[in-house]
Write a protein that binds this ligand. Sequence first.
Ligand SMILES: [Zn+2]
Length: 142
Amino acid sequence: MGHITVQRHPHDTYGGCCPIHHDCLEGLASGPAIEGRYHTLAQMLPEEHPAWSLQAYYLGQMTANLLLTLSPERIIFGGGVMKQPALLPLILEETDERLHGYLQLPKPLNEIVTKPSFDGLSGLMGAIALGADALKEQGAAQ
Ligand SMILES: [Zn+2]
């Protein structure tokens, strides 16, 4: 869903890095988009860099759209760009501003929109859980 259309920030002149759509969400708000826009890796940008509020501007649009269309119980943001601790609070702020009280959420926004529980180890933890389930099923079948 990274290729959805988002409203461009009025001061954003970057063309976007998506080879298909150019300025879709992926083209404007991703690690490669940060590299293309600022000519450096995302992890090199300090917490107070304007890149983060611009990322949040786009990711907050996606989050608000997801909440408005699918009412998900949880939206989990992972990946390299999310390693910047300042980003998630900015996304929450942007999402809240976009929703403007329109939705009655079942729980606070910061409990719906989160980072992965096992930050960076989710794949490994999932594999362990699947393995444990398979062993339990095998034991139950005997
Ligand atoms: Zn695209």
